[in-house]
Design a protein around this ligand. Sequence first.
Ligand code: AMP
Length: 209
Amino acid sequence: MKLIFLGPPGAGKGTLAVRASEILNVLQISTGSIFRAAVTAESPLGLKVKAIMDAGKLVDDETTIALVKERLAMDDVQKGYILDGFPRTIPQAQALAEFSAVDKVVNFDIPDANVIERLSGRRVCRKCGYNFHVIFNKTSKEGICDRCGGEVYIRDDDKPEAIKKRLEVYREQTAPLIEYYRKKGLLLDIDARPLIDEMEVIFKKAIGV
Ligand code: AMP
């Protein structure tokens, strides 16, 4: 199954994508995680995107599309994938349609107030990228990832100014994709307000597994 997870930052796309990829036995591809890994590695891509990401802005379409196109050409995703955080603009969606046909687009429906609450308490594992939350999804040991033992940290773009910018960017550049995919008959709306266990149930019901 080839799925897109669409929704504002903090909607729970990444957290649900980890579980959904296990349920469907397909890989999760997160452009944000790929960019973050590049920043950590201080690769040429990382050096190019760090300031853009820290400011809560989008990496340019050309760079992002090339990255996803290359990733989706690999063998391990031929039977399916979950795209988490891509596409984020209409040109990205148009480019994707030229090199891969998705089955469904899962739209995470959530008000801004919930998003701000989630992003400001989010903690991320530096090693495996798994998301936690200081209230809703705590680590058992403070600062240590339950899944891999890595260090959990606050993303630079989860700080208040960047959160504000990311929500603006989402509204202007990404939200138009909701109607774009609805018109194509691919959209599945899910209520993204509940906690992760309930969202997993909602997701399974929506896609019929
Ligand atoms: P995320 O982890 O999905 O919230 O992404 C973190 C950051 O990576 C975003 O705020 C952007 O700066 C960048 N990014 C991730 N995916 C994309 C994309 N599809 N297009 C442009 N920039 C992206």
